[in-house]
Design a protein around this ligand. Structure first.
Ligand code: AKG
Ligand code: FE2
Length: 241
């Protein structure tokens, strides 16, 4: 059985050990956050995939060379659960984003609230919502990629696994690959159960080397789904051009 998940998204976000999560994120470029979405909500989000309403576009990944599988971007207004998670997670991640910018030596200021951050995106012509739900079946996969949608981007994003490994699908692991200049790639597999979340770098992370911080580039993807069906909720904090 999965651990019970507290009632509201805000209270679930509060139960996360953010000091530890931010430290892991800064150290490795990703951090598992544990249970974030209840089983009933996971099932509800998956069932909603077949609705026409509520989404702005439906992507068949093979047509774009992204892999195999499909995804849909939500339209505004976002479902309350997703809007609440997006706003609540953003606030907890701002301190890490600021440290990150400092270490990378970039000018960046992140408003305290996601509403203000979204307004910045919108003023820059990035007005289309980016939260999405992805669905894969046996044989599908997601090629390593980055979710950049314009000049403005928040350095982290969150993915929530909506299916239960072993029960609903096999294979289909969430993977991250880090590339550092003059070094070979490093791969990380993030084990997730239904409703569990991971926060990870959208693009680059400051990596501590012998001469201070340098940039390492991260990409994420999903290994082959061997059987069954797998779904994910993706929460990206910047909007798209
Ligand atoms: O299905 C996954 O686990 C990866 C989803 C993804 O690419 C994303 O959330 O940006
Ligand atoms: Fe992605």
């Amino acid at each position: 059985m999965n651990a019970p998940v507290a009632l509201t998204p805000a209270s679930r976000i509060e139960t996360i050990d953010w000091a530890a999560a931010r430290a892991t994120l800064l150290d490795r470029g990703f951090a598992p956050l544990g249970p974030l979405v209840s089983r009933a909500e996971c099932e509800g989000l998956q069932a909603g995939f077949d609705d026409e309403a509520g989404f702005r576009s439906h992507i068949h990944m093979a047509r774009h060379g992204f892999g195999m599988g499909e995804y849909k971007y939500y339209s505004y207004p976002l479902p309350a659960l997703i809007g609440d998670l997006r706003a609540g997670l953003y606030e907890q991640l701002v301190p890490a984003a600021e440290t990150w910018a400092e270490r990378l030596g970039v000018e960046a200021s992140y408003p305290a609230s996601h509403a203000d951050y979204a307004a910045l995106c919108h003023a820059n012509g990035q007005v289309r919502p980016t939260p999405l739900v992805l669905r894969y079946k046996a044989g599908d996969y997601n090629r390593l990629h980055q979710d950049l949608y314009g000049d403005i981007y928040f350095p982290f994003q969150v993915a929530v696994l909506l299916s239960e490994p072993g029960r609903d699908f096999e294979g289909g692991e969430f993977v991250l690959v880090e590339n550092t200049p003059r070094m070979q790639s490093r791969t990380s597999v993030v084990p997730l159960r239904q409703g569990e979340a991971v926060v990870f770098a959208v693009n680059e992370r400051p990596r501590l080397g012998s001469r201070g911080y340098h940039r390492a580039t991260l990409r994420h993807g999903v290994s082959d789904i061997l059987s069954g069906h797998r779904a994910t909720l993706g929460i990206i904090f910047h909007d798209a051009r």
